[in-house]
Design a protein around this ligand. Sequence first.
Ligand code: AMP
Length: 186
Amino acid sequence: MVATGTTADAIGRAADALRANIRDVPDFPSPGVIFKDITPVLASPSAFATVVDAIAAVAAAHGATLIAGIEARGFLLAAPAAYQIGAGVVPIRKQGKLPGATIAQSYDLEYGSATLEVHADAFGTGERVLIVDDVLATGGTATAAAALVERAGATPLGLVVLLELTFLPGRARVAPLSVDAVLAVD
Ligand code: AMP
């Protein structure tokens, strides 16, 4: 649990930590893209703790019993936040990585398509599932993740991300799924 303060306070502290620690990498992975690199956030004990606290606060406010992390950076955020609130973790993985029976969801990228998978039996009756990733950009990834949660029999509570790129229509694309973004980037 978050020791002190409200969810809004926790998000405010995390936003400050992100402003100070996110690294912009121009032209990665392709020309024209400014990649939001969270590795300095992860490497800073105080920034990492602050952003995990914020995700945990959001998850606790939702009453989440499971946090679904999207491969790969979502894993790094979902696991410590879930541990903090006594929730479980479900990995949403790229195609071909999960060993059991899976459900797959494909979505369009700028060039081509991608596929995410979840274990078909990942969500028991009554589980409350929050989805976590690092960045909400066009929303294709999060929309596919939400579809997987639903097709696996659960209702996603919402999506929490560190950064929302507000010059892209991600939030509209994932609607009606609610989005909690620690920091909006325009
Ligand atoms: P999208 O499906 O367009 O919302 O893209 C979201 C996924 O791609 C997330 O898993 C992010 O990790 C990654 N991503 C997209 N754009 C960026 C960016 N500018 N910087 C860092 N990661 C990004």
